[in-house]
Design a protein around this ligand. Structure first.
Ligand SMILES: C[S@@+](CC[C@H](N)C(=O)[O-])C[C@H]1O[C@@H](n2cnc3c(N)ncnc32)[C@H](O)[C@@H]1O
Length: 370
């Protein structure tokens, strides 16, 4: 890491020309940049591979040539061959130069082809291409009031977010996050009531209904297309009799008497998180809890010099903060706000405690006690 010197613009009065970079610093940065640019370009082919079923078709058989994979998928042979070569040079598939056949090893298969499996990551990659498609409107937001509403993004963002977070919800929500809350699991087993605020495509609400067969779950989101997708998800899962979905702003959460209110990956992108938390506190039963699940983050910017920190801070710049700014308010948290900022919001809204009770690779879980 370079250190600031008196020649750096940050420490000078800005009048003198910046110093030339040291050769090894330049080389190190360009190496890093080259890897990042290659990954960003390659990701377009990952979105394609997921969308066109190429990874699944590759996983369905052993080693295949480009022509064989093209036949299986009904896609243009020359393009399929180039796609395979792009996967091979990025380490996203194996290649035998003697036979010119390509295949997925078990890890590649789990991450790229096994949709519904715990390691599957290809489904979330459309969030990145959707973000790139929104660059012009975010640029306009930078030049103006900073606002881009969630619903104004490319629709691939909405389904991509759902697919990105689903494996984490399936692995942790019922198995460890709810059991970490004081007394909540027993209430849900006895037939408690849950509100899932900013529920998106309804995955978390449906999982809670499946995990607690006597509980009643209501999901709310401001975004009508997401609510329609959530209703379809509940019907497909056979739980529509106990899970309802309604378009509603979080600050006007309908109903009361909830034993548990959940907000997954969303409080940080709301304009007035204090008002939202205050309304939720009023809607809880005595002994009820608010569970905030937020992208994992450390207490300081330096703690977030990680691949996830990079992804979440860039997503925050392009999506979460423009969403918060589009909703007015005066406290805009962003996707990497430290626990302390959520605690301040919670206390201001009338909760007595806000504690981190669990952390998993993607998420931290905060329990708010009225
Ligand atoms: C990143 S997505 C998370 C969706 C879902 N909870 C999940 O984790 O997959 C954020 C969601 O918050 C919703 N949202 C943002 N602000 C809202 C508000 N003020 N009221 C209700 N929903 C809101 C958006 O419509 C979007 O569905």
């Amino acid at each position: 890491m370079t250190t600031l010197t008196s020649d750096d613009p940050a420490t000078s009065d800005g009048a003198s020309a910046p110093a030339s970079p040291a050769a090894q610093d330049l080389e190190a940065f360009l190496t890093r940049f080259g890897a990042d640019q290659a990954a960003a370009m390659h990701l377009a082919t990952v979105v394609l591979g997921d969308q066109l079923g190429l990874y699944r078709a590759l996983a369905a058989r052993g080693p295949q040539t480009g022509v064989e994979l093209a036949e299986r998928t009904g896609l243009a042979p020359r393009l399929v061959l180039e796609w395979l070569r792009a996967q091979a040079v990025s380490g996203y598939c194996q290649h035998d130069p003697a036979t010119d056949r390509f295949w997925l090893d078990p890890a590649q298969r789990a991450c790229l082809a096994d949709d519904g499996g715990p390691a599957f990551v290809a489904g979330g990659t459309s969030t990145v291409s959707a973000t790139h498609r929104g660059i012009e409107q975010v640029a306009a937001a930078f030049r103006g009031e900073g606002s881009v509403a969630w619903g104004d993004h490319d629709p691939a963002l909405f389904s991509g977010v759902n697919r990105a977070f689903r494996p984490a919800f399936e692995a942790h929500l019922v198995a460890s996050w709810i059991p970490a809350l004081d007394g909540v699991e027993a209430r849900l087993r006895a037939g408690g009531r849950v509100a899932d605020v900013a529920c998106g495509f309804g995955t978390s609400a449906v999982l809670m209904a499946q995990g607690y067969p006597d509980a009643i779950v209501a999901g709310f989101d401001q975004h009508e297309p997401s609510i329609e997708a959530a209703r379809r998800a509940a019907a497909d899962a056979g739980v529509a009799d106990r899970v309802t979905f309604e378009v509603a702003d979080a600050a006007a959460l309908p109903g009361h008497g909830y034993d548990l209110v959940t907000v997954f990956n969303a409080l940080h992108e709301m304009g007035d998180p204090v008002a939202v938390c205050r309304r939720i506190r009023d809607a809880l039963t005595a002994g009820g809890r608010l569970m905030l699940v937020e992208p994992v983050a450390g207490d300081h910017l330096e703690d977030n010099h990680t691949p996830l920190g990079r992804s979440f801070l860039s997503a925050s710049t392009m999506i979460c903060l423009p969403s918060a700014l589009s909703q007015g308010g005066d406290r805009h948290l962003g996707a990497q706000a430290p626990d302390g900022e959520f605690r301040e919001v919670a206390l201001e809204a009338g909760f007595t405690r806000c504690e981190r009770v669990a952390a998993t690779p993607l998420h931290r879980v905060l329990e708010l006690t009225p």
